[in-house]
Each structure stands twice: as structure tokens, then as C-alpha cells.
Ligand binder design. Sequence first.
Ligand SMILES: *Cc1c(COP(=O)(O)O)cnc(C)c1O
Length: 391
Amino acid sequence: MRKVYLCLAHMSGNEMKYIQEAFDTNWVVPLGPNVNAFEEDLERFIGGGKKVVALASGTAAVHLGMIGLGVGKGDEIICQSFTFAASCNPAIYLGATPVFVGSEEKTWNLDPNKLEDAIKDRIKVTGKKPKGIVPVYMYGMPAYIDEIMEISQRYEIPVLEDSAEAFGSLYKGKVVGTFGKYGIMSFNGNKMITTSGGGALICPDEETKRQAMFYATQAREDKPYYLHEKIGYNYRLSNVCAGIGRGQMTVANDHIRHHQRIAKMYETAFADNEIVRMHVAPESYMEPNYWLSTITFETKETNAPYIDEGNGIEPCEMVLKTMKALSEEGIESRPLWRPMHTQPVYKDAPSYVDGTCEKLFRKGLCLPSGPCVTDEDVERTINIIKKVVKQ
Ligand SMILES: *Cc1c(COP(=O)(O)O)cnc(C)c1O
């Protein structure tokens, strides 16, 4: 049976050339010509004069971005609740507290109204402003970033965009991750492009890039010996992995187009289905990369108010049934991210939510979308889902 995965790494064929170069020139270290050239490729790709620091992971990028915002012990930082844990865990690394804010139903991302309520309330409760705002572009879907930036400017609280899943997604023609003070990228094995593992921090200028590099390389002061006035990290991307990244950049746009074409297939197939709804851009000025295509099941059961019987929130029956049917045919699928404010590890964190992301988590499913997924795979997936919901 052919196994179909959500999003597997796919090589262009150009990667080995750059890796070979690293070996031939003995740059088998966390710096070198591939790292510099990969950063230049990425800067060209995102545009807007932004600077990029290549790192060992996307999580490292979130961590260094938070340091760039000045987040430290005892601070609060506002994070989108509906996301993967890497968006907010670095706040804990820094001794800070994430304040979770819910999503709106259209993009599934940070709700600007709830964001403003949360800021006002935190100022009232703690007497000081949160140090930053971390919106996320879930599955590559742009957020209402203009509205979020307006609030950011009005309250003078900077934004760190978690654009890990949104490589190449556009908002009003501009690449997401370039709106706030910082943005991030992830090159993990399952993302839009990969370096096996890796990430990058998008910085506003040379000075902030220099500061991020300083923290990414053990915070070594400018002396002939090792002098440390700050605590640093070992977060630079290896020159070998950056070679993979350079090869991937030669096909990045093809990857994005492939994901978008698959999303279109799902959208067309479910357009007149009464139960299955494909999650598509709610505005014409949002152009998602559709890193993962996602659907929701719309029935009385899936939209019923959820009663937590003490075990925490779970996906609804129809999601579990569909996952099982797909899995029996070798097809991988996955529920949406379980909101952070419902995670046991974050049970004490303040949250400003209204049930929207809980409901989406209950009724949503991620479908195979990557460069190894064929048209036949998509058709099989669609047919199985249609059969399950008809039962
Ligand atoms: C993948 C991901 C990250 C972290 O990236 P890694 O490279 O895996 O550390 C951060 N945020 C979100 C939303 C992600 O999906």
C-alpha cells in the first residue's frame, strides 16, 4: 500500500552540489559560504530590505526574537493560543509568562478584538504592558495583520510574527513575517522547504541582525579571548545544512505552487459538500501558501457546545472516524493544533478566549499537502472523506 504523508521533505537535486562544496572547502562548521549565501537567498525572497539570520531551528528563532523584544524574567508576552508549542515555549525559557489570546473564525489566527481586550486588562492587572505580541499564521493562512499592527502601534508593543508555517504566504502582496519588528522561518523536515532541521530570524536592520548573531553564537564579546557579559546560545545553522537550504531555494516557488494547487483540488471537491468545509482565505488580499490543507466538519454534533468532563478537550467523533478510515488506507491526517490555553503545562497562564479555537480544534483536520503528494493521492483522500461523512 502506498503511504501518503502530510508533508514530507522533497529534494530538488541541487542540494548535494552545495553540500559537496562544504566538504571540499572544509567548511563543516556552523558558519561559512553556504550560510551567507542562504541568508542572501532568503533576504531576496522576502524582500522589503529585511535582514535574515540562519539558525538551528525555528524555535531558536522565536527565542532570539523574544530576546530582541527585550523579554525577560517576570515579563508577560501575548501569544496566539491556537498554535504549536514552539510559538510560546521560549517565553518560559526566558522566565516570562505567555498570555494566551484566542482566534477569530475567518483566518483562525489572532483575533484583533480579543488582543486589545487582553492588552487593556493586562495593563490594569499588572500595571505594565506586555513586552510583545506573537501572532501566528496557522497552516500558512495570513492573519488580519494590518489590524494587529494598528493595535501594536497604538499601544507601542512590538510584534514578533510566527511565520514558521507561512513561508511565501502573501498579505496585500507582501510576504508575511515582514510586518512586525521580527518574523521567523522554520526549515524543519515537514515545512515548506527544509534544511533537515533549521530556521531563521527575520530582522528589521543590520544592527538587530548583529545582535541576534551575537546571542546565537554564545554572546562572545569583541576580545581575542572569551569574554561574556551576557548569556548566549549555540543556535547558528551549520554550513552543511545551509547547503540543503540553497538547493531548496531553487525550487521554493514550485513547492508553494504545488501546495496551492492541492488546496484548490480539495476546495473544488468539497465545494458543494454539506458537511466538509475547506478552510480558504477569507479575503482576496490574503494568499496563503497552503502549507497544509485543512477542513472542518460542520454538523450539529461538531458544533455543539463542548462539555469538558475533566479529561481535557478532544477532537469530535467525526474527526477521529475520518482519521481512522484514512489511516487504514495508509493516508496520514492530523487534528488541528490543540490550543495552548488547554494544555496541562499552561493551565495557570492567563488567557483571553471565547471558545472559537476550542471549537475549531474539535472539528478540524489537516490533510496531505506536501510535494510528495500526487493528484491520485488527493483523489483517494477526498473519496475516503466523502464516504465517511455520508455514513
Ligand atoms: C514548526 C513551527 C515552529 C518551530 O520550528 P522548528 O524549526 O520545528 O523549531 C514554530 N512555530 C510554528 C507555528 C511551527 O509550526
